[in-house]
Design a protein around this ligand. Structure first.
Ligand SMILES: C[S@@+](CC[C@H](N)C(=O)[O-])C[C@H]1O[C@@H](n2cnc3c(N)ncnc32)[C@H](O)[C@@H]1O
Length: 176
């Protein structure tokens, strides 16, 4: 079994007792594909933060695929935090640190890459992450079909795939 298969089996197991997500096996596969789709564009980042990792998407999945990148996965909810730490341990993911906090309170370094899916509106994220941005950081937000409503005054490049829009924003304008 590869690491993604082990992750899938564990999430299905935890779902039975802890209801982390409603995803069945096929849906988990789709979330993994969604998480990994922008990989080619971000794979050279040395350090990364994922905000609101939940049951692992996209941060834990990207961390498995990017073993040379140090990932900080920020998730305040206890059950989700415990699951992420459990997967880190059983898959021996030495590049992962799981932080149980809200991102605005977390003690985090400046990083090359910040990712997030289904946590906050684009503007709110951009305000909160200022302390963790360098001028050349990349922000990658996984957005739905109405992404354009959130983009007034924000320069972004977008890769679309069905209803998914992968939004890339440069740190330059938003870094402190
Ligand atoms: C809708 S879930 C999305 C989870 C995952 N990113 C996904 O797409 O499946 C939102 C997650 O963000 C977390 N969250 C909400 N506010 C947050 C904050 N201020 N900082 C960090 N995480 C936050 C919640 O605990 C929750 O797990």
């Amino acid at each position: 079994m590869n690491k993604f298969e082990i992750f899938t089996n564990e999430l299905l197991k935890w779902n039975k007792t802890h209801k982390l997500t409603n995803y069945n096996e096929d849906e988990i596969k789709k979330q993994i594909e969604d998480s990994l789709y922008p990989l080619e564009k971000i794979k050279d980042s040395k350090t990364a933060i994922d905000i609101g990792t939940g049951a692992g998407f996209p941060g834990l999945i990207l961390a498995i695929a990017m073993p040379n990148t140090k990932w900080y996965l920020v998730e305040p909810l206890k059950k989700r935090y415990s699951f992420l730490n459990y997967i880190k341990t059983i898959l021996n993911l030495k590049n992962v640190e799981v932080i149980r906090d809200r991102v605005e309170k977390a003690n985090l370094p400046k990083v090359d890459l910040i990712t997030s899916r289904a946590v906050m509106k684009t503007n709110d994220i951009l305000k909160i992450i200022k302390p963790f941005l360098k001028k050349d950081s990349t922000i990658l937000l996984y957005k739905g079909s109405n992404v354009l409503d959130e983009l007034q005054d924000i320069d972004a490049s977008i890769i679309s795939r069905g209803n998914r829009n992968y939004l890339f924003i440069k740190g330059e304008k938003w870094a402190k």
